[in-house]
Ligand binder design. Structure first.
Ligand SMILES: Cc1cc2nc3c(=O)[nH]c(=O)nc-3n(C[C@H](O)[C@H](O)[C@H](O)COP(=O)(O)O)c2cc1C
Length: 196
């Protein structure tokens, strides 16, 4: 059985620089033998968490939208690739709303003490994080990285490695940095091989 990887695009630009890096990582993971499904947050009809807290005592969310199917996919995945630009020093709004809905996983793991992911499965799950930022300043990825670390812990798919490029306002087109395209491909491939 090929390992399942979800590739999550957090940018609203479906053919922008973030998407280009993600596509390279997908190519790598596929060449390593994984089955990869790409999800574009910009295409999803997902509401933000409204703190109804049904998930305190149940494995479901009161809000009935696309997240129901997404939760199932996130329980089954072996590897996760998240690719997103930095916005206002953090995670873009739609992606943040998407991540917050994983309170369903948080409550199971930390409130009820029983993760939705089996002990055997969670030992192997890994996340690759890809991000770009316009500015050329220190610590530009600190905020977004903290969110991704927390997300990885919550869904039992810990942050394994990252591909980061700042200064995109100057670089403009990531294809002028073949070493970054190559890094994204290589990390996707390595992730796929590690999962296998
Ligand atoms: C609303 C918005 C907020 C942004 N905030 C930041 C920021 O805080 N820091 C930064 O370095 N870049 C910021 N950027 C720049 C993006 O990270 C950058 O343009 C990136 O290359 C966009 O990638 P994409 O075209 O693949 O979505 C912001 C861009 C937008 C549209």
């Amino acid at each position: 059985m090929p390992k399942k990887v979800i590739a999550l695009l957090g940018s609203p630009v479906l053919d922008g620089n973030t998407a280009r890096l993600l596509d390279e990582a997908i190519r790598g993971a596929k060449e390593a033998g994984c089955e990869v499904e790409k999800l574009e947050v910009a295409h999803m009809d997902v509401l933000p968490c409204m703190e109804f807290f049904q998930c305190m005592g149940s494995e479901t969310c009161l809000i009935q939208d696309e997240m129901e199917g997404i939760f199932r996919k996130f329980r089954e995945l072996d590897g996760l690739i998240v690719a997103t630009p930095v916005m206002t020093m953090g995670v873009p709004g739609r992606l943040k709303s998407f991540i917050d809905r994983f309170q369903v996983f948080y409550m199971a793991k930390y409130h009820r003490g029983r993760s939705l992911i089996s002990p055997e499965h969670r030992k192997k799950r890994k996340m690759l994080f890809i991000s770009i930022a316009g500015m050329n300043i220190p610590n530009v990825f600190d905020g977004i990285r903290m969110t991704m670390q927390a997300f990885g812990e919550i869904i039992d798919c810990p942050l394994w490695d990252e591909v980061l490029q700042n200064d995109m306002d100057t670089i403009r087109d990531i294809r002028t940095r073949p070493e970054m395209m190559e890094a994204a491909y290589r990390k996707g491939y390595e992730l796929g091989k590690l999962l296998g």
